[in-house]
Unconditional design. Sequence first.
Length: 497
Amino acid sequence: SNSSDVAAVVAVASTKMGLPVRMKVTLSNNMKMMGKRHPTRCDYKVGFTKAGKILALEATLYSDGGCTSVDSDGMFGALMLTLGTVYKIDNFEVGGKLCKTNLPSNTFTRGPGWCPGVFVTEHIIEHVAETLKADPGMLRPLNFYSKGGVTPDGTILAFCNIEEIFTKLKITSSFEKRQAEVDAFNKSNTWKKKGLTIMPVRFFVGWAGDPQAAVVSIQSDGTVHVTISGVEIGQGINTKAMQATAYSLGIPLKYICVPPTSSRVTPNTAATGGSITSALCCEAITIACATLNKRLAPIRSMHPDADWETIVRIALNAGVNLLALGNVNHPPPTKYGPYSNYQSYSACVSQVEIDVLTGRIEVERCDILFDCGVSLNVAVDIGQIQGAFMMGLGYFLMEELEFNGDNLSNDGTWEYKPPSVKDIPIDLRVSLLKNAPNPVGILSSKCVGEPPLCLASSVFFAIKSAIKAYRDASGQAGGYFPFNAPATVDQVHAACG
């Protein structure tokens, strides 16, 4: 919704002057005036057995919405529905409040609500493990949902495979062997410590109230123009749209092009976001192509050996309409629960090294296993996983807002540091779960845009594990110690004591 602020300003100026008006906001002003992610706090009580089985959770969430609640309600709903993620807690109560402050109105940002929900849940798991003096990696699977489990909001996890993913990743990442190596390193090094963490994610996906459309037109030379309602913003939606068209019409990819999105062609559709636009646009394409295939079927049956261009030429001469519209607007889900159509599952193993004297962090290796269903495009999806993961590293490790009263102090790249090429893990390995078609997904696929961002919190908890190794070795009070995101260099140094 942030774009509406600038749009309103130029609209007023244009109306007043009777001229086109263009506005360019400087980076400093943009940082100060535009809302960002919602800062979130969670107060909780948790009950558990000596073995680490969590029996009860009572949580109260607080999120800073800024001066208005434009995007806050949806974010807060996702936050409350995410809490608990993959863990079955029989006695579960969550509530919360949106807080109004004198800051710019905070907004949806990739994975709104899901990211803090996953982080808070894993923080609670770590707190329980530290209280029991247990390994969090052993405690997590004790509390996993099984297939067919039901969440507190009534969602039926009919295809839950988190235990399979978690187990496979422990094997493929050599987790046990590396944990022994990390323990040996920490025993023999005083001022540098390593941490290793394995962490799962469940991300609920729903597409109710998200209309999307596609217009497919076949030209006289066989070229197929596909106009979709989703906007290409680097997520590869145009590539997937071309593939869906080629697959549906049974023609080579070379014939297909995707012109820029235009609301004149595909009006009254939803924004591009929520990790679902690519799949919904592909569904709209398959509907449009099904219409075209039905019209072309008689000609194809009469000329079984004709190539695509010949089929098109014959169809045009016969007066066949070669323009079709596909439109999707799904009702609220009911089969597996009231909020989501399916769940995305994944896990990550992260290994870090910290310098106790300076707080410097080095992310040595991250192994990700992601359930993408039947990937619409493996290269695009792996790129999305890598990109989302790096964005998450910024969220959990670097991007801290500093205020002097109500004024933002770090309003430029000199003070505010998003992740860059040198922050990529030295060894980043991404794998997609094999033989896992999504029975309720579009073309058997699963979304990929936002869930990997949540996985980046595994790096945060690996850092906390390294800090704990130093605190234990230096004789500081054991057990739980407070450590909040982002894990900036100064916070890491201070936490070491």
